[in-house]
Design a protein around this ligand. Structure first.
Ligand SMILES: [Cu+2]
Length: 403
């Protein structure tokens, strides 16, 4: 990335400008009620630990620990996994149904890699994905140069996937701009097969902007987001299911012209992995499994259970805003926090398109929403895809509210 405004690790409350009058419900509870809620939380915690799989997900995974101590989201730390690229065999593949990809001739087969794992799999390093929303750029523009790369990505201490990536990681970089900013985007394809970029934040002719770049080629375009919100971006090359499923996705948060209330802001992308048998330490993506829609692993930010091992930490009294973005490729995310409720969920454009007082709200595949709560109670709050078949597969984490 040439202009790494998205990659600046430090996010704190100072950058969040004050706001206007968003009437947020859920003022601090009275002490008696607070005590009652804490009792409930303890019970809820015990309950969740009694659920097979969920309990396992909540464990510290001490047998797989890499020696890292729990990280704080107020300090600088990791972002990227291994980025060593390799070549792989290709499967001949043809998808005549894609409506997105206009650079490829209809009926022309193109490669689908994934059968031979990258030889550099063993060197792929596990690292927690930093969930903090990057600060806004100082200028009214975002200049981005992404590279499509096929690299092994270690998604847990003991699992490496054959990733198709933007910038060598799954998900791709988190982006942040404002309504009215100009996003200047270039994709350079360093991979063997065609790739492209579809920004949901853009309103633009997809036949030209979202066209594929062949190996060694670049595609450039620019757009100006008209609406605020949290938006997916993903590769749009056919078959899109395979390209998203193998890791080519990310998120851009577009802040409204008038800032939202100051908050600790985090981005959670839910994705499913559909994996073949491990070979030489790496698990390839399995397209037939993707078509079946039953993932092996579901994650927030590309790594199952990562925020259970290394929680997201805030202080009591913080307002927290999760931007939950769901690139899919197929299933929804029923976002819920055990022991808490959302003061506000921005289901459409913030700040006006919202609902109040919500326990769970589903983000559809291809969608993104803002979930806001006031952390007025100290404790450990599990956030989860409450469709527990997915939560148990790794779409789970912990928000620690420190007293
Ligand atoms: Cu792609």
């Amino acid at each position: 990335m040439d202009d790494a405004s998205w990659n600046k690790p430090s996010v704190d409350d100072e950058r969040a400008t004050t706001i206007q009058s968003l009437d947020v419900d859920g003022a601090a509870d009275a002490p008696a009620e607070s005590s009652t809620r804490r009792t409930f939380l303890r019970r809820a915690s015990a309950l969740t630990l009694a659920i097979p799989g969920l309990g396992a997900a909540l464990e510290s995974c001490s047998s797989r620990e890499t020696g890292r101590s729990a990280t704080s989201d107020t300090t600088e730390h990791e972002t990227h996994a291994g980025t060593t690229g390799t070549r792989r065999d290709s499967l001949r593949f043809h998808n005549p149904d894609s409506k997105l990809d206009t650079s490829l001739k209809r009926g022309t087969p193109h490669g689908l890699s994934g059968t031979r794992p990258p030889s550099a799999a063993a060197s792929a390093v596990y690292a927690r994905f930093d969930p903090r929303l990057p600060p806004l750029p100082g200028e009214r523009s975002l200049k981005l140069h992404f590279h499509a790369r096929e690299v092994p990505v270690r998604i847990s201490p003991d699992t490496v996937v054959a990733g198709w990536t933007f910038e060598g990681n799954i998900p791709g970089p988190l982006l942040h701009c404002r309504v009215g900013d100009t996003v200047h985007f270039t994709l350079t394809n360093e991979a063997e097969i065609p790739h492209s970029m579809d920004f949901h934040a853009a309103q633009i002719d997809p036949r030209t902007a979202f066209r594929s770049a062949m190996k060694g080629q670049s595609v450039s375009y620019q757009f100006t987001p008209r609406r605020a919100g949290a938006f997916c971006y993903h590769c749009g090359t056919a078959p899109v299911l395979m390209h998203i499923g193998a890791g080519m996705f990310g998120a851009i948060v577009v802040s409204p012209r008038t800032p939202l209330p100051p908050a600790r802001e985090f981005v959670l992308l839910q994705n499913g992995y559909y994996l073949g048998q491990e070979a030489a330490g790496t698990r390839p993506s399995d397209y037939q499994k993707m078509l079946g829609g039953n993932p092996d692993i579901v994650t927030f930010n590309g790594r199952p259970d990562q925020y259970s091992r290394e929680p997201i930490r805030v202080k009591r009294g913080d307002r927290v805003r999760f931007w939950v973005v769901n690139p899919g490729p197929t299933m929804d995310c029923a976002f819920h926090i055990v022991g808490e409720q959302f003061d506000t969920v921005y289901i459409g454009e913030p700040p006006t398109q919202r609902v109040r007082g919500v326990q769970t709200w589903s983000v559809p595949a291809g969608g993104g929403m803002g979930f806001e709560l006031t952390c007025d109670i100290a404790g450990e709050f599990v956030f989860v895809n409450h469709a527990f078949g997915h939560g148990q597969k790794g779409a789970i984490g912990t928000l620690v509210v420190e007293a």
